[in-house]
Ligand binder design. Structure first.
Ligand SMILES: Cc1cc2nc3c(=O)[nH]c(=O)nc-3n(C[C@H](O)[C@H](O)[C@H](O)COP(=O)(O)OP(=O)(O)OC[C@H]3O[C@@H](n4cnc5c(N)ncnc54)[C@H](O)[C@@H]3O)c2cc1C
Length: 457
């Protein structure tokens, strides 16, 4: 299985030209399938969105997925195979900045790893239990963890203010406040992460170059402004109903890859219908609010000897990091990611005082003399094709539903960051899900060929 020509003579529709769909299409075509890609937007990449418009000095920054972790080998290998280069960034990793006591406007900066260590220690009994459960999202251990919020747990252990602040500082990572985030999501993270990361990568020239490089390998161009509305399976074929600018149309193939966020997949009409637990798994999954603000200043005031290039914060403007250190120019772009309730705070700030008001909140970082030259922001919860940043496992989400997010439904296979166990919420998770789904299609179509004499379908 999985040989390079094992899908010759088959046809596959891939819906969603984010990294999951594009990777699936690339791999399916490599294996010999005829691939047709449809995408609701008028661009590639989905939640990978490099913004180039409006910035001076030819600079750019990421409005969606930005950092690649050193141990995300699948995306790194894919990039290498496609001739896309990675630049190391954010050496030294993230520091932590928090509101200093009750004094408004004063921010104290500390090392991130100390507080993270304290948190890990407090959670150790649960981390141990979760590891005993082999990190499964079923059974009584997972149920117990999933039923409570991180905030409830912090109350139960009498956590000190700094540790609570550190978790508020994770809103830019989990895209949820401790009041909403399931303790299982936090414990799962703690059980996986061996240490606080001290460097990352991003793609030279923009992360969208990976999406473009994948699309460039496809024989059929991606069909943009084309939205899947309904899917029906009948006699070994999948028939897809599409909405385009010109109206409605249909397309049929041997298999369909749905590489869409669950928020979009749950709107489709399936014939035969999805099993009830799968429907519920899609229906109940939350997507976290996330506003990314990109601020271009005339100088990189945050670059100072001994200072960090990245900060998790408990401030209402969210996490902050150097958005384009690998690019040339006197100016530079700061990236702010406000997740959970801070997304609303940031949008309010932007509505009241524009990007200048956000920049005003960066005085502690040395912004006083810098001039704001350009800015843009994206509130992902307002994006019609995702309705949030990425999947959030909220307190009360039944952990046994998680397995249903990636389970095939006949000839329909599901990909996307939300289906990844190890790398949910990451570009790497999207890429890995694309490869998984290509393997699943290969097995599915080989099996269905064998069932009929002479391999006829
Ligand atoms: C603000 C933010 C910051 C992030 N930061 C990082 C980071 O630093 N590092 C990291 O690794 N990851 C990060 N991520 C996550 C990463 O971007 C995603 O996990 C990944 O890009 C998701 O890819 P995907 O292919 O699963 O989904 P998507 O990229 O959402 O692709 C799905 C595609 O399907 C299309 N679509 C939707 N409905 C339909 C329909 N009915 N018919 C046809 N097409 C449809 C959409 O338009 C979209 O193009 C971040 C995400 C956000 C939002």
């Amino acid at each position: 299985m999985g040989g390079s020509t094992s899908l010759r003579g088959t046809s596959v529709i891939v819906a969603g030209a984010g990294l999951a769909g594009l990777t699936a299409a690339y791999e399916l075509q490599r294996r010999g399938a005829r691939v047709t890609m449809v995408e609701a937007r008028n661009r590639l990449g989905g939640r990978v969105w490099t913004r180039r418009d409006g910035f001076a000095e030819g600079q750019h920054a990421e409005a969606g997925g930005d950092m690649i972790d050193p141990d995300q080998e699948t995306i790194r290998r894919l990039a290498k195979n496609l001739g896309v280069t990675l630049s190391p960034i954010l050496r030294g990793g993230f520091a932590f900045a928090c509101q200093a006591g009750r004094t408004p406007g004063v921010t104290r900066v500390s090392e991130a790893s100390g507080l993270w260590g304290e948190l890990a220690q407090a959670a150790e009994p649960w981390v141990r239990a979760h590891r005993l459960n082999e990190r499964r999202w079923d059974g009584p251990i997972a149920q117990q963890l999933a039923g409570q919020s991180v905030a409830d747990w912090l109350d139960s252990i009498g956590a000190r203010g700094q540790v609570r602040a550190r978790l508020n500082g994770m809103r830019g990572f989990f895209l949820a406040d401790p009041e909403h985030l399931s303790l299982l999501a936090l414990v799962d993270q703690l059980a996986t992460e061996s240490s606080v990361l001290d460097h990352f990568y991003r793609i030279r020239g923009g992360n969208d170059r990976l999406a473009t490089a994948l699309a460039d390998t496809l024989q059929e161009p991606v069909q943009f402004n084309t939205m899947v509305r309904a899917v029906a399976q009948h006699r070994g074929k999948v028939r897809v109903t599409l909405r385009r600018r010109g109206g409605q149309s249909h397309m049929a193939a041997d298999a369909l890859v749905l590489a869409l966020p669950a928020t979009m997949a749950r709107r489709l009409a399936f014939t035969p219908p999805l099993p009830a637990p799968q429907r519920n798994a899609f229906r109940d999954l939350l997507y976290g609010a996330a506003t990314k603000t990109l601020l271009q200043f005339d100088r990189r005031f945050w670059r100072r000897q001994g200072k960090s290039l990245a900060y998790g914060t408990d401030l209402s403007i969210g996490a902050i990091w150097d958005g384009n250190e690998e690019q040339q120019g006197r100016g530079g772009i700061l990236t702010l990611l406000a997740g959970g309730s801070t997304s609303r705070d940031t949008k309010q700030l932007l509505a009241q005082g524009g990007a200048e008001a956000v920049a005003q909140r960066l005085k502690w970082l040395g912004a006083t003399k810098a001039v704001l030259r350009a800015s843009c922001h994206v509130a992902w919860e307002e994006d019609p094709f995702v309705r949030g940043g990425y999947a959030v496992f909220q307190a009360g989400y039944d952990p046994e539903q998680r397995a249903w997010l990636s389970r095939p439904h006949g000839r329909i296979l599901f990909a996307g960051e939300q289906t990844s166990l190890r790398w949910q919420g990451y570009m790497n998770g999207a890429v890995e899900s694309g490869l998984r789904v290509a393997e699943e299609v290969t097995i599915l179509l080989a099996t269905s060929r064998r069932r009929l004499p002479g391999g006829a379908r």
